[in-house]
Design a binder for this molecule. Structure first.
Ligand SMILES: Cc1ncc(COP(=O)(O)O)c(C=O)c1O
Length: 281
């Protein structure tokens, strides 16, 4: 496996960084994950714009222009032997003597790797997945895609311990998102999701869902969703770059709503599939 580290493509085994890297010491960095279909990055400009937003949010200068990022991504995709890939990359505040304050004159660490895209199985799409509910205990900048993911990791483990795919999170009685996905509900035919404020990651798939729904004539609404409303909804979905859109059919061990993916989900799933690059041309 070839990875990219600080300007060089090299075998994974040879990609080494210092233990003083601030990503390791403080979780001081940001990341992105871009799905690649038929060797075409999906919504690359939107991912690079979100990367810029995350970097601005942690006051770290972007080490590359958008066109430099694009050429690194494309070269890594070309060097990786799968048609469908998940390009992961992170930028940290670099290597420096341990001190909380930002170091001066230190180059950022840039790492990129590409793995096979772990899409949901046909069975997960057909039957939906299980989630558990949990309290959102993360910090108040969930809108930044930072590598400090302990809150998300602990939430996901609650789901894993229960044999579920995701943990759906609530803060002060309102739906935020899941440990690594955005959450939508459907109520009386209307697709509803919480606003993109500081409490959720502005998902690229979230935006795609709204764009595709509007284009497909589906009704949408963006507003806060209480826990009661979420749990009484007609449908619940997850969205992310690796889950695409996925229906939730079990919540906290009990069948949710009809217990099968709903009609609005099926329509959205079709719209989403049709929006993906279908060839490498
Ligand atoms: C916490 C969180 N929310 C939402 C998402 C979905 O974002 P995207 O659709 O850009 O993959 C992710 C993706 O990993 C995530 O980690």
């Amino acid at each position: 496996m070839t990875v990219y580290l600080n300007g060089r493509f090299l075998p994974l085994e040879d990609a080494k960084i210092s233990v003083l890297d601030r990503g390791f010491i403080y979780g001081d960095g940001v990341y992105e994950l871009i799905p690649v279909y038929h060797r075409q990055p999906y919504r690359l400009p939107q991912h690079l714009a979100r990367l810029q937003r995350s970097l601005d949010g942690i006051r770290l200068t972007n080490p590359h222009t958008a066109s430099e990022w694009e050429s690194i991504v494309r070269e890594l995709v070309a060097r990786t032997p799968f048609d469908e890939q998940a390009v992961y990359f992170q930028v940290t505040r670099g290597v420096a003597k341990r001190d909380h304050s930002f170091p001066l004159g230190v180059a950022a660490t840039v790492f990129m790797m590409s793995n096979p895209l772990p899409l949901p199985t046909a069975e997960q799409v057909e039957r939906g997945v299980a989630v558990v509910t949990a309290t959102d205990e993360r910090w108040l900048h969930c809108d930044l895609k930072t590598i400090s993911l302990l809150g998300n990791v602990l939430a996901r483990q609650l789901a894993t311990d229960a044999g579920a795919a995701e943990a759906v999170l609530f803060r002060n009685g309102f739906l935020t998102e899941a440990s690594a996905s955005n959450v939508f509900i459907v109520r009386e035919g209307v697709i509803v999701a919480p606003p993109k404020d500081n409490q959720i990651l502005p998902g690229i798939t979230y935006d795609a869902v709204f764009e595709l729904a509007r284009g497909g004539g589906l009704a949408v609404e963006i507003r806060p969703i209480s826990r009661e409303e979420a749990l009484a909804a007609d449908e619940m979905w997850l969205s992310s770059s690796t889950k695409e859109v996925l229906a939730v059919t079990t919540v906290d061990g009990k069948a949710f709503a009809a217990g099968v993916p709903g009609p609005v989900f099926r329509k959205m799933y079709e719209l989403f599939q049709a929006s993906k690059p279908r060839s490498d041309k």
